[in-house]
Write a protein that binds this ligand. Structure first.
Ligand code: RIB
Length: 331
């Protein structure tokens, strides 16, 4: 700053006003400062600026499973809106580990993030009164921690799962099973609720062993399919609580020498890119993942600009994408 001031023949204060646009500077002086900055190759220290303001222009984002292709689409929505607002993103992955989530949550505060966007891990403590200590805006996406009363962006999981299960029933399936996500998560609970609602509406019995609690992972879909198909009579259709689980179902069917949909019909949830290219192409429930991220970021910037409305729970819609993994039952 002193070198720039000397070269531009102005005070250090004037240099600071030009860099931070904190006051009007006469044009000739402003041009001399900009020329000196260019000549000296000066880069303002964003770290120093953050320290001075006790806040950065960085948004912290915490996601539960970076290996699940569903989440990068949400991150993309957040990052686009942050960039449009001249903010940057710091991304943290918890692997669904609550302790890791707590470490990240407190460190992101220590780094003076301007705001936080969190997709909570199962059993997250963010909703507990002392779990926060948050003095910056915090938006939850996709699932609500127990006790959470702040802003949240989710989809209508009940409606999506209901439509997926009804689609199987409309294809004359009467023995319909579900492989759920971890039922400690609100999105997994809501998808199971939608599944049960469709069965009840059709007057079909709820067979307890046809409901297998899994994890939102491919291996879980494989394992639970092996369990389901050992029952007699076996289910003729499976609702998988996300597309990774559905991929696991397909690999189990292949291993058992069974065909989808001829022997077992299948519907997933998420509409990952890969789901249109599986064999058969997967019927699934599309989530507006990009919009979930973009809406969360937009709400965060409203909070940063001082909007003090009541906390919002925005529920976005889902769409059933019918492809080729569902047909009428063989027997
Ligand atoms: O956490 C895993 C799942 O939750 C994703 O696949 C998506 O369905 C999200 O809602």
């Amino acid at each position: 700053m002193r070198q720039i001031a000397s070269r531009a023949r102005v005070s250090v204060g004037t240099v600071s006003h030009v860099i931070n646009q904190t006051a009007n500077v006469r044009e000739p002086a402003r041009r001399r400062v900009l020329a000196a900055i260019k000549h000296l190759g000066y880069q303002p220290s964003l770290l120093a600026r953050g320290l001075r303001r006790n806040q950065t222009t960085i948004i912290g984002m915490i996601i539960p499973d970076i290996s699940n292709p569903f989440f990068p689409h949400i991150v993309r929505g957040v990052e686009d809106v942050a960039y449009q607002n001249s903010f940057r993103l710091m991304l943290c992955n918890t692997d669904n580990d609550v302790q890791k989530e707590q470490v990240y949550f407190h460190e992101l505060h220590a780094y003076r993030m301007a705001g936080l966007i969190v997709i909570p891990a199962a059993d997250s403590s963010l909703g507990e009164p002392n779990g926060r200590g948050a003095d910056v805006p915090l938006i939850c996406i996709d699932r609500k921690p127990a006790g959470w009363r702040g802003d949240c962006i989710t989809v209508d999981n009940v409606k999506g799962a209901y439509e997926a299960t009804r689609y199987l029933i409309e294809h004359k399936h009467r023995r319909v099973a579900a492989i759920t996500g971890p039922l400690r998560l609100t999105n997994a609970q809501q998808r199971l609720e939608g599944f049960k609602k469709a069965l009840a509406e059709a007057g079909l019995p709820l067979v307890p062993e046809y409901i297998q609690e899994g994890r939102f992972e491919r291996l879980s879909g494989y394992e639970k399919t092996m369990v389901l198909l050992r029952f007699f009579p076996p289910p003729t259709a499976i609702f998988a609580a996300n597309d990774l689980v559905a991929l696991g179902v397909l690999s189990a069917l292949r291993e058992l020498g069974l065909r989808c949909p001829e022997d077992v019909s299948l519907v997933g949830f998420d509409d990952l890119e890969v789901s249109a290219f599986t064999n058969p192409a997967l019927t699934t429930v599309a989530q507006p993942s990009y919009q979930m991220g973009a809406r969360a970021a937009a709400l965060l910037f409203e909070r940063l600009r001082g909007t003090r409305t009541q906390p919002q729970h925005v529920v976005l819609d889902t769409v059933l994408k019918a492809r080729h993994s569902v047909a009428g039952p063989k027997r």
